[in-house]
Write a protein that binds this ligand. Sequence first.
Ligand SMILES: Nc1ncnc2c1ncn2[C@@H]1O[C@H](COP(=O)(O)OP(=O)(O)OP(=O)(O)O)[C@@H](O)[C@H]1O
Ligand SMILES: [Mg+2]
Length: 348
Amino acid sequence: MDLPPPMVRDLAIDLGTSTTSILARGQGVILSEPSVLARVVETGEVVAVGSDAARMMGRTPEGLQAMRPLRGGAITDFESAEGLIRSFLHRVGVRRLNRPRIVVCVPSSITPVEQRAVKEAAHRAGASEVQLLGYTMAVALGAGLPLDQPQGSMVVDIGAGTTEAAVVSLGGVVALELRRMGGLDLDADIRSYVWRRHRLDISAESAEQVKLALGTARPPEPAAGAERSVTVRGRLAGTGAMEQITLSGIEVADAIYDNVMVMVDAVVACLGWAPPEIANDLIGNGIHLAGGGALLDGLAERVATNCRIPVTIVDDPLRIAVEGAGRCLGMFSQLDGFFLTDYAGSFR
Ligand SMILES: Nc1ncnc2c1ncn2[C@@H]1O[C@H](COP(=O)(O)OP(=O)(O)OP(=O)(O)O)[C@@H](O)[C@H]1O
Ligand SMILES: [Mg+2]
């Protein structure tokens, strides 16, 4: 008896530092989970991925480790990155029998060795063909920018672990600036500020909550929201006792200010690489801001002020990369020049 041919669904994956999303052609986003994997240290056996593993972060007993395989635009642990990709693909039904084609969004900064590791992981999970797309190119596709026209467009993706700014024209990347930092670094800034100033050890989750409540790209002056405040609980240095303190908007603005400026300066530097004709186009077309970092209060205004170019936050900034990668599905062969091996950027 002939078996029916296995269903092939081409997939797009956004392998983000904090979140991995998978989109199936014709279906939309079918998975969105924290990019966290938990494993047994000695054997490497995977015990949990996604939200189950994220709940274990900072709470594992000895012998068990919960971690993010990506950080600062690099794969910090190859084995767990492969485990993560394979587990998520398995979860959405990829098997060696149905062999989908897959586009994976990755940081534009990953090395050829890291690129190979991602491709191999997807192949081993069952993919028949794998293409890698840099975050900014994925955002540009998602925003529907006129990439094949002789017209410059600028996209900025500020995620949890990376900041990428790119100018694209005629289907290629004309200028690219990358920084190994993102929203997680702002959380770390808040954590270390609270430790230095208040001698309180707060969790990474609490630091992120403080950022979401009070984080701003406005200068740390009274206008930054000194009147707003938030309470946070942590362990008091030297005692082990739990303590609660109140943080003001101005303190939070001050804590993250330097790294916010690193993000803003990356956009200005990228602009500096673009030829004047393209810079002129950008005044009309504006800068398209994406990633969770785009939602930081005052950031779009700050970028607009420093670049003197209008800035728009794209629709659905957290999903636009996977949506953009989804647009590549079904036209693999026409998109040479867009995929990651075709361009490289400056890096600091
Ligand atoms: N309203 C907000 N204000 C400030 N930061 C925010 C806001 N919403 C989300 N974030 C931050 O955005 C980050 C997540 O963004 P995103 O999902 O784009 O990252 P990612 O794609 O996983 O990482 P990357 O692209 O760097 O690999 C987190 O650090 C989160 O705290
Ligand atoms: Mg991202």
